[in-house]
Structures are given as structure tokens and as C-alpha cells.
Design a protein around this ligand. Structure first.
Ligand code: URA
Length: 231
């Protein structure tokens, strides 16, 4: 890897800023001051900034308690994004494993490991996502059976995959789906003549939202939590 790219990743700076750091003679590679960003850095090279060893970090994994009112994209003209809540170097390199609507709250996973997030988002991997849903109207008796069978959403060519519905109260349910179509939960309830008033994702696969996280807070996943999706 080029030295300037290595500095961007380890120091969280732009290419331009990396060039300035190099010019100030603050960087050594294997004990030698290097001023050129084009120099190639081998995997075992000892790169230091003002005497401090710089190391590339491995893939990163976080869970966030997504609050309402923030959007799951890198940029938005009108609303804050979840990325402004992430106080991490190179936060823009992370992506969301299964986006939530702006008004949906709950468990959001962020990573820079594309293979890992694919296991969560691809319907092929049959990863459950469980939502607590508050409905405008009381749940009709046949909805659980309809969702178990699959329903046709407006604008789609195929029915939804079998989903599990558990009634909590007249207007409150837990819904587990394995897909992540655009506005899927809201459209499923629209398809059976109801309306979602509020939506909260409680779990993804075996991983539940950490209840010590307040809305807007996040934490790194533990190695065991990361491994839950790799088996
Ligand atoms: N389904 C929805 O309709 N919205 C979400 O945010 C997630 C699932």
C-alpha cells in the first residue's frame, strides 16, 4: 500500500493532509524519515508518526440504537445521518447492514466488512430480523396466516417470504422477516389493510439490541457477536 493511503487510513486524514504530515518530516518508515507519499509500505513495515507506531486496524463492527429522525445514508440534504453519530476515524468507510427508515428506531449494524453484511442482508442467508410494530388498527385474526403464506406487496412480482407474526396486544405485534425490501414491514401491513404507526427493530439473527444503549448511542460488537453471523 502507498504510504499516503496508509496515513489516510491510520490517521483518518485526507490525502492532502497526509502530504502535509509527510512534508513536516513527522513520519518514519523502519526508522527512516520519509517525505514521499508514493513510497510503498510493506505489511511488516514499522511506520511511526512523531514516534508513535501506526497500525492498520482490522474490519470494524458496531451496533447502534438508531433514534428516530436520522437517516440511513451517507448524505442527506434535510436530515442528520446516522454517520454524524459515529465518533470514529474514517466513519464514512462504514456501511449499514440493513437500513432502517428515518422514523424507525432500534438495532442498526454498521461495518466495513462487505461479506459479513451480505450474510445479514441477503435473503439467501435467511437471517431473521424481528420488529416490534405498533399498528393503527387492531390486528385482524387472519394476518398471521397471511404473513406465514406470503403477501403480495404493491409493485412487486413475487410474494413475500414466510414471516412469523406474534401478537403482543390488540395493536402491538412482533414480526420476524428474513428479507429487507424497501419499507417492507409498512408495506406488509398496508397489504392487509392496516397501517404501521411506529416500528422498532429488536434483533437481527441471534443478536439483540443492547438495552444499555440509549437512542443515538453505539458500541463495537464483541468477537462473539461478530462470529454469530459467520457460522
Ligand atoms: N420495514 C419498514 O417498513 N421500515 C423499516 O425501517 C424496516 C423494515
Amino acid at each position: 500500500m502507498r504510504l499516503d493511503k496508509f496515513l489516510c487510513e491510520t490517521l483518518g486524514v485526507t490525502r492532502k493532509q497526509a502530504a502535509r504530515v509527510l512534508k513536516s518530516e513527522a513520519i518514519t518508515v523502519n526508522g527512516e524519515v520519509i517525505k514521499s507519499g508514493a513510497v510503498k509500505v510493506s505489511d511488516d513495515a514499522e511506520v511511526e508518526f512523531e514516534g508513535q507506531r501506526l497500525m492498520l486496524s482490522g474490519p470494524r463492527y458496531f451496533m447502534m440504537h438508531k433514534p428516530a429522525g436520522v437517516v440511513c445514508s451517507h448524505e442527506d440534504a434535510f436530515n442528520p445521518t446516522v454517520f454524524v453519530l459515529l465518533e470514529e476515524v474514517n466513519a464514512e468507510k462504514l456501511h449499514i447492514a440493513g437500513r432502517l427508515d428515518a422514523d424507525t428506531t432500534g438495532l442498526l449494524l454498521l461495518t466495513d466488512d462487505g461479506q459479513w453484511s451480505h450474510r445479514i442482508t441477503s435473503p439467501k442467508h435467511k437471517c431473521d430480523k424481528t420488529y416490534r410494530v405498533w399498528l393503527a388498527d387492531p390486528l385482524a385474526d387472519d394476518v398471521a396466516a397471511q404473513f406465514e403464506q406470503g403477501v403480495m406487496l404493491r409493485g412487486e412480482k413475487e410474494e413475500t417470504l414466510p414471516a412469523k407474526l406474534e401478537k403482543v396486544d390488540e395493536c402491538e405485534v412482533l414480526l420476524t422477516i428474513q428479507e429487507g425490501k424497501y419499507h417492507q414491514v409498512k408495506r406488509m401491513f398496508a397489504a392487509v389493510g392496516n397501517r404501521v404507526e411506529a416500528l422498532h427493530r429488536e434483533s437481527v439473527g441471534p443478536l439483540c439490541l443492547d438495552d444499555s444503549l440509549e437512542p443515538g448511542e453505539y458500541r463495537p460488537l464483541t468477537a462473539d457477536e461478530v462470529a454469530m453471523f459467520i457460522k
